[in-house]
Write a protein that binds this ligand. Structure first.
Ligand code: DGI
Ligand code: FE
Ligand code: FE
Ligand code: FE
Length: 188
């Protein structure tokens, strides 16, 4: 495998400085959450570091890959906001050489969630939302909830994301809504 330094250099080549710094903060936040919830700290850190690796891959490359790959063509109506997780892991496997399925799954699920998300998946989903540079009310509320209840904090994030999407009249990826419904039932 590659060292963290080698991975950081690959990440830096794929991202602008602002996005790169965000990834470093998500790595740190993911490690803190993993420690708090007794998950593997290094695995969470690696997934946090790489979660947005594919965020700035050209749109044309994504379209090509979705059309040729074993992907649901329904993905084509979305954009990089949705693609960089679920499709983006193909670049992370190929270019960074990550093979840990749990790391890849957490990255694949970091934007939309998944009705069956694991604690590691929730940690990466949440670390993205509560890293220190995030300061909106919903982000602060999720950060506070994350101190004691991982699923409750994840629900706050999902609710905020869905509210934003509706307000902006953006298409809702069905899995984002399915995740919200599943976690709500799990938390009752
Ligand atoms: O990559 P980040 O900006 O750090 O954060 P993210 O991966 O959580 O979300 C990226 C964007 O994806 C964000 O603007 C919200 C958007 N998104 C999340 N769920 C959906 C979605 N966009 C659409 N159109 N539909 C969704 O269901
Ligand atoms: Fe992302
Ligand atoms: Fe997120
Ligand atoms: Fe992110």
């Amino acid at each position: 495998g590659k060292t963290r330094d080698e991975i950081v250099r690959l990440l830096q080549k794929r991202l602008d400085e602002v996005r790169f710094q965000h990834c470093l903060r998500v790595e740190k936040t993911a490690r803190e959450l993993a420690r708090r919830y007794h998950e593997d700290v290094d695995r969470a850190g690696l997934a946090g570091l790489l979660h947005d690796y594919a965020k700035q891959i050209p749109v044309a490359d994504y379209r090509q890959l979705i059309k040729t790959g074993p992907y649901d063509p329904a993905l084509l109506v979305y954009g990089r906001g949705v693609w960089h997780g679920v499709v983006g892991i193909a670049y992370i496997e190929r270019e960074v050489g990550i093979t840990d399925k749990r790391v890849l799954q957490a990255i694949a699920r970091h934007t939309t969630g998944d009705p069956e998300m694991t604690p590691l998946d929730e940690i990466i989903f949440l670390a993205d939302f509560i890293e220190p540079a995030r300061t909106l009310d919903s982000e602060k509320q999720a950060r506070k909830a994350a101190k004691t209840d991982l699923t409750e904090a994840t629900l706050i994030e999902l609710s905020s994301t869905l509210t934003y999407l509706v307000g902006a009249r953006k298409l809702i990826f069905p899995k984002t809504l399915d995740t919200y419904n599943a976690l709500l039932q799990r938390s009752e």
